[in-house]
Design a protein around this ligand. Structure first.
Ligand code: COA
Length: 345
C-alpha cells in the first residue's frame, strides 16, 4: 500500500494503511433565522438567559418541505465540486443524522440519488451529536484500507422537526444544518487524519432521547398526546458528562500521538453549549484563540456543528494548511468521539 501508517484505534496495534485527508468541506443551512427574541414570544425565556447559559443568539430553521437529505445533498454537491471531482467519483457515503427524512430508505440513499453518485453505496449512522466524527472516521477507514478512493462524510440534521417549541429547556438550543467533507488518499503523507478515538456509554441513554417513533413506542394518538416524539433531556447530566468526556477523549488522543495541548492549532468541538466548550478547553489548557466557537449563529445543529465550525474557521483564515486540528464531540447515547488531523489544504 502507499504512503503512510495510520494507527487504528482501540487495540493498540498499528496497521499499515493509507494516510487519508479531508480534500474539501461544504455546508448548507436554511435561510430562515430564529432569534432569541423570536423565542421570547414563543416560550417563557429571555435573550439574556439564552445567551448567558448557552452562548446562542440565533439558529437556522428549515422551511416547510425541506428535509435532512435536501441540506445534506446541497452540502455534498458543493464539497464534491470543491474537491474537483464529479459525483461519479464518490464510491461511499455515510450520513450522520438522527433526523432522517423517514425511517427508511436511509438519508444516504436519498442523497446518493439526489447528487447522482451512481457508483456509491452507503448508509446512515445514528450517533446524534457525534454524527460527524463517527461518519468521518467511517469514511476515512473506507479510504485508508484501500477499499475506496473517494468517500463523503456528512453530518446533517433538521432538529426543528423533533423539538418541542413549548419546552423552553430544549427549544432554545437546537438548529438545522448540514456539512459534508470529501475524504481521499493524502497527497502529502505529513498531512491528513492522524488518529481517531470513539466510545459509547449506553447507560446514559435516557439522559437525552426521543422516546417514541421507534419499535418500542410506535406512533399512536397517545404518543403524540404525550409529546413523546420530541427531544427530552436532562440538561445538567448531559452538561457534566459532555465537559468531562470532551476533555478526557481529547487528552487521550493527543497523548497517544505524543502531542500536547500546546501543539494543537485549532480545537473544533461539537457546539452544544458555549460553557461546555470553554470548560473542556480550560481543562485541557487550550488557549482561547485556539478554540472555535460559532454556536452563537447556529445553535446546536447536532451532526452539522463541527463542519459548520470548520467552515467558519476556514473562511476567516484561522484554519490553514498544516494546522493540527482536534475535533471532539459528545452526544446522545451517550456517544463520544475525537479525530486528530493535520489540515491538508
Ligand atoms: N429560559 C429561561 N429559563 C430557563 C430556560 C430558558 N430557556 N431553560 C431552563 N430555564 C430555567 C430552569 O427552569 C431552571 O429554573 P429553576 O431554577 O426555577 O428550576 C433554571 O433555568 C436553571 O436550569 P438548569 O437546567 O439548571 O440550567 P442550566 O444552566 O443547566 O442550562 C441547559 C440548561 C439545557 C442549557 C444546560 O444544562 C445544557 O446546555 N445542557 C447540555 C445540553 C446539551 O448540550 N444537549 C445536547 C448534547 S449534545
Amino acid at each position: 500500500m502507499s504512503n503512510a501508517i495510520t494507527r487504528a484505534s482501540g487495540d493498540g496495534q498499528a496497521r499499515v494503511l493509507r494516510r487519508v485527508q479531508i480534500s474539501s468541506l461544504a455546508t448548507a443551512v436554511p435561510s430562515r433565522v430564529l432569534t432569541n427574541s423570536d423565542l421570547e414570544k414563543m416560550v417563557d425565556t429571555s435573550d439574556e438567559w439564552i445567551l448567558k447559559r448557552t452562548g446562542i443568539r440565533e439558529r437556522h430553521i428549515a422551511g416547510a418541505g425541506v428535509a435532512t437529505s435536501d441540506l445534506a445533498a446541497e452540502a455534498a454537491r458543493s464539497a464534491i465540486g470543491q474537491a474537483r471531482l464529479t459525483p461519479s467519483d464518490i464510491e461511499f457515503l455515510v450520513v450522520g443524522t438522527i433526523t432522517p427524512d423517514m425511517c427508511f430508505p436511509s438519508t444516504a440513499c436519498l442523497v446518493q440519488d439526489k447528487i447522482g453518485a451512481g457508483a456509491a453505496w452507503g448508509f446512515d449512522l445514528g450517533a446524534a451529536c457525534c454524527g460527524f466524527t463517527y461518519a468521518l472516521t467511517t469514511a476515512v477507514q473506507m479510504v485508508a484500507t484501500g477499499a475506496h478512493e473517494h468517500a463523503l462524510a456528512i453530518g446533517a440534521d433538521v432538529m426543528s422537526r423533533i423539538i418541542d417549541y413549548e419546552d423552553r429547556t430544549t427549544c432554545v438550543i437546537f438548529g438545522d444544518g448540514a456539512g459534508a467533507v470529501v475524504v481521499s488518499p493524502a497527497e502529502d503523507p505529513e498531512l491528513g487524519v492522524i488518529d481517531f478515538a470513539h466510545e459509547v456509554d449506553g447507560s446514559g441513554g435516557q439522559a437525552l432521547w426521543m422516546p417514541a417513533g421507534g419499535s418500542r413506542l410506535p406512533a399512536s394518538h397517545e404518543t403524540v398526546d404525550q409529546r413523546l416524539h420530541y427531544v427530552h433531556q436532562e440538561g445538567a447530566a448531559v452538561f457534566k458528562f459532555a465537559v468531562r468526556k470532551t476533555a478526557e477523549i481529547s487528552r487521550r488522543i493527543l497523548e497517544r500521538a505524543g502531542l500536547r495541548a500546546d501543539d494543537v492549532d485549532l480545537f473544533v468541538s461539537h457546539q452544544a453549549n458555549r460553557r461546555i466548550i470553554t470548560a473542556a478547553a480550560d481543562q485541557l489548557g487550550l488557549a482561547e484563540e485556539k478554540v472555535v466557537i460559532n454556536i452563537d449563529r447556529y445553535g446546536n445543529t447536532t451532526g452539522a456543528t463541527i463542519p459548520l465550525a470548520l467552515a467558519d474557521a476556514l473562511a476567516d483564515g484561522r484554519l490553514k494548511k498544516g494546522n493540527l486540528v482536534l475535533l471532539a464531540s459528545v452526544g446522545a447515547g451517550f456517544t463520544v468521539g475525537a479525530v486528530l488531523l493535520r489540515w491538508a489544504y
